[in-house]
Ligand binder design. Sequence first.
Ligand SMILES: [Zn+2]
Length: 861
Amino acid sequence: MSGKTEFKKLPTHSRPINYNLTLTPNLLDFTFKGQQVVTVEIIEPTNSLVLNSAELEIETAKFNDAEAEISFNEPEETVKLSFNSALPVGRGQLSLSFSGALNNRMKGFYRTVYTDSSTGAEVRCAVTQFAPTDARRCLPCWDEPELKATFDVTMLVDKDLIALSNMPEQSRSDISSGLVSVKFQQSPIMSTYLLAFAVGRFDYVEDFDSDNVLLRVYTPAGRREQGRFALDVARKTLPFYKDFFSVAYPLPKLDLVAVPDLAFGAMENWGLVTYRETALLVDTDNSSAATKERVALIVGHELAHQWFGNLVTMQWWTHLWLNEGFASWIQYLCVDQCYPEFDIWTRFVKSDLSRALVLDALDSSHPIEVPIGSPCEIDEIFDAISYCKGASVIRMLHEWLGQEAFRDGLSRYLDRHKYSNAQTEQLWKALEEASGQPVDFVMGTWTKQMGYPLISVSAKPADNDDGQQLELSISQERFQFGSNSSLAAWRVPIQVLTAEGVKINLLLTEKSAAVRVPKAAWVKLNPGFVGVYRTLYSEEMLTDLIAALQRGQLSQRDRFNLESDLFALFSAGRLSIVQLLQVVDAYKVEQFYTVWADLLDNLAATIQVLVDQLGLSQQWRSFVCQLCEPAFQRCGGWDAQPGDGHDVALLRAALIRALGLAGHPSVVAEARARFARHCSGECAIPADLRDSIYRTMLSNGGGPEFEAALDLMDKTDLQEEKDRIQRSLGSSRDPQLRQRVFQLVVSGDKVRLQDSIYVLGSVSSASLESRRATWRFIKCNWAWFQEKLRGQILLSRLVQQVCKNFCSSEDAEDIETFFQANPLPSAERNIKQALENARLNARVLAREGRNLENFLAKFDA
Ligand SMILES: [Zn+2]
């Protein structure tokens, strides 16, 4: 495809009421047959019906008794059924028989295969991924979210297989030749992208929630115990949402299924949620604390969609952000309630808010709400703006309105639009009614324009006052890494916190404002890092805040906020490298995981890319070692101490990883000893430390460590462990081993296609040399990637993973030239973002390279 196809919605003269669908999948030759009778409402007389259909053969089509002439429009993925005379207004029955292939591309109705670890046998399954626009690859249908209908599904499958759909089984009957006909209850009215099936061999664990909803977690055969944790999350989550939304879970059952191959992390199909194994399965001995967190969040996310998305659905893909942003926010609220020990809101600030702020400071970002035409544009908006910025503006809104008004507005919205569709403004309206606040007036500035503000603040003693008050001057402009020519302004709920704990709220609606606060040792904007903005303090205010930080007076999220903002200000040219690295030094006193994790990530993404370009990696490693060592000592060393919480386990692992990658001699030696005992079976490395130790060994070792890691990968059936190993292979510094990683990706026998892009991403992030080697590999094998990932969201993810972090205009030009010759419409924006990043990095290097060199000179290699 050389350009974006112009896009038309389906004609509006007909709409579906009910699909009565029978499917017969054949797992031997990976095909399926389908038959359906669709009850159709003809709204205006018409001689033809147009439905979506792709990669299907339609054998017969009849409306009532009239035979249809069938013609496909492949680029538009539609089929036109033409009749000799006009179909009368009112309801009629459209009967279709059709067939298709169970493809291997993770979309539509597709195959997925795993190995039963107890027997070694290959197990073949068929599952569905219909979102956003692939139901049409399984059944001819009106494949738009607004065209909701009910579904009566029957599946004809082998007797010994499990067949699942959105609704519980209603009846089953034997039919000839070992097949059984499984009929499911009728679904509520819903969008086609939420319809789902799964057929294969699975084990499961089950429980009931407090409302007697039957919950099951399906796992590959022989691994049911790995479903226990997710089951526990689901059992706690459903009642939480019922209470929060004031609407009970609408279906009689909920299945969560681990699927070996899935393009997304998970998919919220109503009543039949599918997950990558790593997003659902937890092994008591071999899963890390980070995995538990991730599973809890993703289960919480998909279950939130059962209401927000499934019960009330976006009208069109332009409003995708509302589904995703909302679920990405409330998953934290839910996990915070169910697992308070995770301190999950601090994780939010890192995983969502920071990511959004970084992406949205680029010229090539986009507004939260974007007009969406063709399906290939939809893929691109499943990005950090829809999910992470969406979630962040909702968090800010929730804080501004307060929990009660927010909840009240939300239940009004759900009640008003249930079993139907809605758009963003309708949520604002309900929240406005509940809160009495000008929600639409404020939120429009956040969803309809891209970017976010930089809030500049300075303080002076207030006039006409006896010195007891400070006057803060506050002003806004758009924050951008590049040159700032934007006149955009936002309506910003701002909170100010003083050392004495006084909190003052204001709504900034103009370019600037003044506000008085009681005089204090320090004053901070954006406490808790709830506001979606960066803050630029006057020099005096910043000095006071750094002092407060060192005295331990700032909360964890505030320390995070300060550090995160300063890195961004550095990238935008508003802070020098020397100032930045002085602040980084002040963080040596830090002892919380998330702050450290963000600091280390920022150092890697902002400074290490410059260091690589300058060839100062050795000095950089010495700098990292002296930075991290004190905090590592305070963790009490390698082994978990009695009373260590969740956070310490994560912090210890993060510091060992940083020190190991930096080649800290005693850390590398200890990692080597533990790795050897782990490989020989003498003493397993605790799951929390494995990633750190594997990466340390791969980056400081050679062929033997590489072989040992592959051997570990062969021995495990836990995908989390396979992922961990695959992503550590890229740390290797030996060019020949790097080539081995590339070969693993294309051979496909150890690395699943869905994981390959992250494996390549891990190679690319290891060093400049690795980055360039990965990019060369992609260029040479482009035809292979295009063939394997055709039409998939993974192709734009590949560009994202591999093209990030370049730091010169030559590299940018090379990427640009390549994609001019090999256009990739579904990743246009990702490509622009990668180019912009590379050029911005080059600019920072030109500005600060010499200073960085001087700074690092004191850290001898
Ligand atoms: Zn989602």
